[in-house]
Design a binder for this molecule. Sequence first.
Ligand code: PEP
Ligand code: MG
Length: 592
Amino acid sequence: MREEETFTNKVLKGIGVSSGITSGRVYLLERGRVSFAKRKIREENFDKEIVKFKHAINNAIDELNTIKGAVTDDEIRKHAFIIDAHMLILQDTLFHDEVIDTIRTEKINAEWALDIVVSRFLSGFEKVDDPYLRERGQDIKYIYNRLIRIMIKGKESSLEMQGIRGKVIIVAHDLSPADTIQLNLNRISGFTTDVGGRTSHTSIVARALEIPAVVGVGNITSLVKNHDNIIIDGDDGLVIINPSRKVQKDYVVKQLHLKSQKKEFLKIARLRAETQDGFRLNVGANIELLAEMDLVERYGAVGIGLYRTEYLYLSRKTLPTEMDHYHVYRKLAENKSLQYVTVRTLDIGGDKFASQIEVPKEINPAMGLRAIRLCIREIGLFKAQLMGILRASAYGPLRILIPMVSGIDEVRKAKDVIRECKEELREKKINFNEEIKVGVMIEVPSACMISDIIAKEVDFFSIGTNDLIQYSLAIDRINEYVSYLYEPLHPAVLRLIKQTIDSAHFNKIEVGLCGEMAGEPLYTPILIGMGIDELSMNAYAIPRVKKVIRGIDQDYCKELLNELLIKNSAKEGEYILKKEMARLFPADFVQG
Ligand code: PEP
Ligand code: MG
């Protein structure tokens, strides 16, 4: 039993994963821990345990089907595809065989065997650096918990929201996609969970539905009880339990400010990205899921500058086929509000992908067999994706983007494979866009240095500053100890970006930028000064960036850029930039 302690004004820090502020009553969703007995069994009981496991699989699939079938709300149904991914794992015969083998060889009960197989699988995920990939291990945990509960109790316990009047804030240890879908989302004004990260399903759904959410709070479920009052600050990643009147008042003011700001932002989102003196650029969005499409439209992106396709590989246990790719890309291609959709080919490798593709263990995977390097080695994998993109290109303005190019041979090899795919499609008389544009990510310093050579071989560039800064300044992008060195205004970074843009323009191709730097309004004048053709970012960042674009002259940006380019350090440049932005946009910037 938890002690019934009541906290007042207790502030907890988590990860703000969906913007906005909300306050209200807690609705605690708890299932309790799943525990099971570990039993050694005799040979004559093997079959009984195997049947129990198989029944659990069938029941779990039935339960998920029922959950999916019961969803009536269109908005929520869009997220049901994640349940399909779970069903695919449940239907995987390799997974079944492994558990059954373990029952037989270890002579143990089904729950224990499942536990061993899943733990083995999860230990692979836990070693992964990439938080997005690590989060996918969570899918396996959801399935594991469901199966164990079914084996013990005959069914998964439901998370029904009973006796609720008005809106509530959901507090849970974690929510699986099936849980989230079952919830009456119209009754929820906020989410907070003990675990989770930016890419957990709760976060993705919360963002898509614009419900404020803070995850990874640690032990929030043990600190609150039903009907406690809490504030969720999705921007600053804070949760405040039973706030004092003064704190409540402050947050009401902040909430009102955010609401009016959002109204203004949504108006700006629809306006053209054009400077006062007529320089126009495209503002695009970065996405990972089809579920984000509504957001993209609402926040005024004219296209998708970066579709990160890694999720397609991670939401399943087997590799996606050409047709799996095709169906997803076709949906994107058919969206009439987008002028272009840039599909980036697979950008993972090294130990991040061990379960599906055999790759050597690497000490430094960020510099190892990643992205295009892996695709060139695993041609079948690369071709399935390219064929999917090409097929879908018959339905809309898709473009192909090749990540992590470091030299011209990789570009040529990728283009050769694209040519082969086109040839195969022609032979099969399958339609595709013969003129599909092929671009490369410029995110390795060597690619910047030879951007004049690469520009002659491709249709467009997209500068990936997240990696470009990592590789040029030798800073591991996920290492917190060196994060202070991560400086987009470092003179070396500015020179590399400028050189790339100049090479593109000299060779008459378009160049965009899709790293986090694109969505940070402080840097917008610098990129306008360099004449960037496209900025692609998280959809929420679009209005702020558009506001700067619409409120400034390109000529002035060029002067500012020249001033920064002769500074010796990022700090000196940042000082000037902040001062200027505070002068030009006093409501949005403070002088540093
Ligand atoms: C980048 O490197 O800037 C980029 C946009 O790609 P990712 O963050 O997916 O590596
Ligand atoms: Mg990158």
